[in-house]
Design a protein around this ligand. Structure first.
Ligand code: FE2
Length: 355
């Protein structure tokens, strides 16, 4: 018997051929007490460098658009609440994740439809892909959206959508749902009224807070008060940076969407960037610990992720997993939007980057 073998040696390991048997019996005994030996799992839980389960992937808009349009004939927004097709990382199927911490989906609202008002702890951003004139109402401001617009719905902010235009509107939704669920802190609430009362004009928040002045007495907030960072306003800034030669060797002419009160990220859990790459740009390889979702707003190019080539064109969405060395190459002058959990990692002191 393994146990008696151990006893005979006064608790010291017995003969070599018995030691594994003794250990197994011990592991089984401690398992009954919900315990397990660290030395069996140490190298898999404290890894030498980041290990991601997610893989590089690209969703081409031609496929995405026709499949999402097809859903319009299958289910109404009223029935679906949100008519969204989730972009699932192929290595994380069934988990509603594009990366380990970010949810991504393509949402469509058809002409005349309304997506009813609600709120949730998970923060959301939208990046508009196609259509014109649908709106997102957030915290009393109705933001009419155009392609390239970047719309913020912060933690617990009431929001609803509608499309009074005569064309379908499609946008990319990115939410911090997997991160919120990791902490097991999800709440949500629906409102009786499908549409919230609007108390502000379209563009008020950008004008009030995003113009180099602030309403006097504005308190500091951990997220931006701006609802819609319009493409019409942000694109000329990156174009001007590019013309001035302010081009980062890895990222191109890139701006970070900022909370205008603190200069911090737009949301505590997610940060976003817009970059213009000149035609022929060959970016230097780099890597960072934040898995990133990119959208090609304009142009055409490729991203090399450790030898895997993702080719992208207008409205294609692609994922670069954490700590994967990657470089962008632009075949045409291009604009890339990107979003990641970097602010959350920075707040926790765990964000790293490297060559
Ligand atoms: Fe929502």
């Amino acid at each position: 018997m393994a146990v008696s073998a151990a006893k005979k040696t006064n608790g010291k390991p017995g003969p070599k051929h018995n030691i594994e048997t003794v250990r197994q019996a011990y592991y089984q005994r401690i398992a009954k007490h919900h315990m397990t030996p660290l030395w069996k799992v140490m190298s898999s839980i404290i890894t030498k460098e980041p290990v991601s389960r997610c893989v590089p992937v690209v969703w081409h808009f031609d496929d995405v658009k026709s499949l999402v349009l097809e859903s319009g004939g299958l289910i109404t927004t009223e029935e679906a609440k949100r008519r969204v097709l989730i972009l699932e990382n192929p290595a994380l199927r069934g988990e509603s994740k594009a990366t380990n911490t970010l949810f991504a989906g393509i949402q469509m609202i058809l002409p005349g439809e309304v997506a009813p008002a609600h709120r949730h702890v998970s923060a959301a951003i939208r990046f508009v892909l196609d259509g014109e004139g649908a709106y997102t109402a957030v915290e009393g401001e109705k933001a009419f959206m155009s392609p390239g617009d970047f719309v913020i719905t912060a933690n617990w902010a009431p929001h609803d959508h509608g499309n009074p235009s005569n064309k379908p509107m499609l946008w990319l939704d990115v939410l911090d749902v997997p991160a919120v669920n990791f902490f097991e802190t999800s709440f949500t609430e629906n409102f009786d009224e499908p549409m919230q009362k609007t108390t502000r004009q379209d563009g008020d928040s950008l004008s009030f807070y995003g113009s180099g002045v602030l309403p006097d007495g504005t308190p500091a907030m951990n997220r931006t008060p701006v609802i819609n960072y319009t493409y019409a306003r942000t694109r000329p800034i990156v174009a001007r940076m590019m013309a001035a030669g302010e081009i980062d060797k890895r990222h191109g002419a890139r701006v970070r969407y900022a909370n205008p009160i603190t200069g911090g990220s737009v949301l505590p859990t997610m940060g976003a960037w817009l970059a213009m790459l000149p035609k022929g740009f060959r970016g230097e390889p780099h890597r960072s610990t934040d898995g990133t979702i990119f959208v090609c707003a304009e142009g055409r190019g490729t991203t090399d992720v450790e030898g895997e080539i993702l080719d992208w064109g207008p409205n294609d969405v692609f994922v670069v997993p954490p700590w994967k060395r990657h470089s962008h190459n632009a075949l045409k002058a291009s604009v890339l939007f990107s979003i990641s959990d970097r602010p959350a990692q920075e707040a926790l002191g765990i964000w790293r980057e490297g060559d």
